[in-house]
Design a protein around this ligand. Sequence first.
Ligand code: SF4
Ligand code: SF4
Length: 96
Amino acid sequence: MEGFEPRSRDLNKGIFTIFPGLCKGCGLCIEKCPKQSLHWSEVLGVYGTPTVETNEDCILCGICAMVCPDTAIAITQKPRDGGEKNTEKKEKPLKH
Ligand code: SF4
Ligand code: SF4
């Protein structure tokens, strides 16, 4: 469906994704976010209501994803020590 592409924000330790096609703009996630990092987005959801987006203060706690009645938010944690999944390693060559 056009206009309902998932929108992701790549944060340091993981990724916040909102699915506008599922969000009904109830605001519960904004209310429950412990960091007040969620705010209304210009992108409209399935009922023509604003969806949400997060900012750099997001700690990827997952509370928003848990409280959303429509599973419109997904939080993906990146593995801590390298490991199995795509970790973006930014290794700088050492100069002597
Ligand atoms: S993951 Fe936690 S800190 Fe980040 S937007 Fe959701 S509730 Fe807020
Ligand atoms: S993401 Fe979920 S909890 Fe947040 S406004 Fe949309 S439907 Fe409500």
